[in-house]
Design a binder for this molecule. Structure first.
Ligand code: C2E
Ligand code: MG
Ligand code: MG
Ligand code: MG
Length: 292
């Protein structure tokens, strides 16, 4: 802590600031240990298409902390990002997601699924990022188009040249990109034109009140129309009510994601959800009689 010097003391750190810094340093080392111990786990949240079929899932990270229990990303991702640990953690995330895709590829009920993975700006810029992803693709032999990388606008803006370069290289491998939280950042339509983006995700802050707030309604309609004109797929996140879902369906929003369908689920529960859902959507098979 800065020491008082004479009458005009300059305290760089107040005691409460020091406490916050200590807590941050402690969290950093806990994250590091957690990574080594494999305490981080992906949950999966379904994305439903215009026919009501679950065709995709977003992988959302959780931390099974030995004492604190299940910790949500907002409580550890920012520190993982500022400390640089997100690079290591993010590699674990991509590896885990690709292995799930590989498992599911052999299962007729789960095979159609593509998985979206969130990528931090710092991770995406990392010099090894492209090679790491390619290594995982080679090791798992998954269809690259089944992997969707979600980037935010701020991530794109932080380092446009490197980001664009990495996107182009991965695009060549067949990987797809989604622009997450669309509309919240410094959206520039220029990036939609210049970067190989496949999907726009409408931020849930616009979706939640779309039926009661005329401004949100205008924004959501415009984003959907924009995506359709540019030939991009559009995903609405944070869909919580049947009414909102019906509206999005009428607007031909390609995919919907939200608590209405399911919360993010541990992998086993997600698989269970998929099997039950496929069963309820399924028309009787022609060979059904044989099973009796
Ligand atoms: P995001 O990518 O925008 O993810 C959507 C968030 O909305 C998730 O929060 C999800 O659980 C939540 N959500 C989904 N449907 C609904 C709904 O109907 N209502 C409401 N109120 N919320 C809904 P979560 O899981 O807490 O993740 C928060 C953020 O943390 C994510 O926002 C993403 O930016 C980040 N994140 C999550 N996993 C990862 C990861 O593996 N790597 C990185 N770099 N970031 C991650
Ligand atoms: Mg949350
Ligand atoms: Mg996301
Ligand atoms: Mg989002």
């Amino acid at each position: 802590r800065a020491k008082a010097t004479g009458g005009h003391a300059v305290h760089f750190y107040e005691p409460h600031m020091q406490a916050a810094i200590d807590a941050r340093v402690a969290l950093e080392s806990e994250i590091q240990i957690g990574i080594q111990r494999g305490e981080f786990e992906l949950f999966y949240q379904p994305q439903v298409d215009l026919h009501g079929a679950t065709v995709a899932a977003e992988a959302l990270l959780r931390w099974r902390h030995p004492i604190r229990g299940l910790v949500e990303p907002n409580d550890f991702i920012p520190v993982a990002e500022s400390s640089g640990l997100i690079v290591q953690l993010g590699t674990q995330v991509i590896t885990a997601a690709c292995h799930k895709l590989q498992d599911w590829a052999d299962d007729p009920e789960l095979a159609p699924i593509s998985v979206a993975v969130n990528i931090s700006a710092r991770q995406f810029r990392d010099a090894r990022f492209v090679d790491d992803i390619c290594a995982v693709l080679d090791a798992t032999a998954i269809e690259p188009a089944k992997l969707v990388l979600e980037l935010t606008e701020s991530a794109l803006l932080e380092c446009v040249e490197e980001t664009a370069e990495h996107m182009m290289e991965l695009k060549k491998r067949g990987i797809r990109f989604a622009l997450d939280d669309f509309g919240m950042g410094y959206s520039s339509l220029y990036y939609l034109k210049r970067l190989p983006i496949d999907q726009l995700k409408i931020d849930q802050r616009f979706v939640s009140d779309v039926l009661s707030d005329p401004n949100d309604l205008a924004i959501v309609r415009t984003i959907i129309a924009l995506a359709q004109c540019l030939g991009l797929r559009v995903v609405a996140e944070g869909v919580e009510t049947q009414a909102t879902s019906g509206f999005l369906l009428a607007q031909k929003c390609h995919l919907q994601q939200g608590f209405l369908f399911s919360r993010p689920l541990p992998a086993a529960a997600y698989e269970q959800f998929m099997r039950e859902r496929q069963m309820s959507l399924c028309i009787p098979r022609s060979d059904a009689a044989v099973d009796q």
